[in-house]
Design a protein around this ligand. Structure first.
Ligand code: GLA
Length: 347
């Protein structure tokens, strides 16, 4: 017997390193965090699909209807959303919404889709129905992450390798600094970066830019396209080095790589903004081992890998720097590698 009501929970994510590499056939190293969205889905008694949410933001129902369309669901449903994941903070609230709905509907209607099929449906919802050509890192993390481990995602062969990640053993905390500036992915800047990379790959005659060699990158014409390609190339190398550093407990090296990633995203990929630069720069100046923007950029959140005994000083210092520069107060979250999406109840 199929259930009549299903609740499923899907978390947001923080990408440790490997930014803007998913759609370039490269590698990313995200963790799921313990902030999540829950979808409760029932069959509709009135013949109409209805969506309700505890936090309504313009356009949010497109993510739900996009998932239903991608899963080829025609039956009318009632979808109720609750969430403690901040929206527009660069922590993947949209992927969490998509994945919670997909998982609940899959169970409610007995669709029998695998998690990888659900990832694909959620990515299609975002690219085809919402109109942001994202790369799949967020949905894969939300549906596949495990507590205690980051996921090394390789978009060249679609593999997922857990990488144990627990900086607390070394007296460190991963601090999220939400700048509260909303990123503008739908405004085309994200799509423009993706188009730049595709044109660099085309110029080199390769399918994905992340597979380019050092010589190929150096041979590209300078200017904007060259800078975008340089980010992709250097970030790929940083992901490899970061995985090795974490495995060897070389946290200082990991921090240095995070800061280098931020600089590359700021200068070569040009997806940072003054608030993200201030958050990352202030955290590092006050003793974090490293800090960087995380996610698509243009606002959203930075992450800092910081000695736990310096957290208060860092939080106060970042808040003071934001006030001095006339920015709204940032919000802080301490996060750790948390579990992925799950069905909470089916009745
Ligand atoms: C957003 C997209 C992801 C990824 C990141 C940048 O979060 O949804 O697919 O491209 O930006 O790494």
């Amino acid at each position: 017997m199929l259930p009549t009501a299903v609740s499923a929970r899907a978390p947001g994510r923080v990408n440790l390193i490997g930014e803007h590499l998913d759609y370039n056939g490269g590698r990313s190293l995200p963790i799921a965090i313990d902030l999540a969205t829950t979808a409760t889905v029932t069959r509709s008694a009135d013949g109409r699909t209805r969506c309700r949410s505890s936090a309504e933001t313009p356009g949010w129902t497109a993510y739900v209807t996009g998932v239903l369309a991608a899963l080829e669901v025609t039956e009318p449903l009632h979808v109720t959303i609750t969430s403690d994941l901040p929206i527009g903070a660069g922590l993947s609230s949209s992927a969490a919404l998509e994945c919670s709905v997909a998982l609940a509907v899959n169970d409610l209607l007995g669709l029998g889709r695998s998690r990888s099929e659900l990832v694909q449906a959620c990515v299609r919802a975002e690219t085809e129905y919402v109109g942001v050509p994202t790369g799949g890192m967020d949905q894969t993390t939300s549906l596949y992450a495990d507590a205690g481990a980051a996921l090394l995602l390789d978009f060249a062969d679609d593999s997922r390798t857990p990488v144990p990640f627990d900086p607390s053993d070394a007296g460190l905390t991963l601090l999220v600094i939400d700048t509260r500036v909303s990123h503008a992915l739908v405004d085309g800047a994200y799509a423009a970066r993706r188009a730049d990379c595709e044109s660099a790959a085309k110029h080199l005659g390769i399918q994905h830019l992340a597979s380019a060699t050092a010589d190929q990158i150096e041979g590209l014409p300078g200017g904007r396209i060259g800078r975008r390609a340089r980010h992709v190339f250097t970030e790929q190398a940083r992901v490899r080095a970061y995985v090795d550093a974490v495995a060897a407990d070389h946290w200082q090296t990991a921090g240095t790589l995070m800061t280098a990633s931020h600089e590359s995203l700021r200068d070569d990929y040009e997806v940072s903004c003054p608030e993200l630069d201030l958050a990352a720069g202030t955290a590092t100046a006050l003793g974090a081992l490293g800090a960087r923007m995380t996610g698509g950029g243009f606002g959203g959140s930075a992450i800092a890998l910081a000695p736990s005994d310096l957290l208060e000083r860092i939080r106060n210092g970042v808040a003071a720097a934001f006030a001095d520069n006339g920015h709204d107060a940032p919000t802080f979250y301490e996060v750790e590698a948390s579990r992925g999406a799950e069905v909470l109840s089916a009745t």
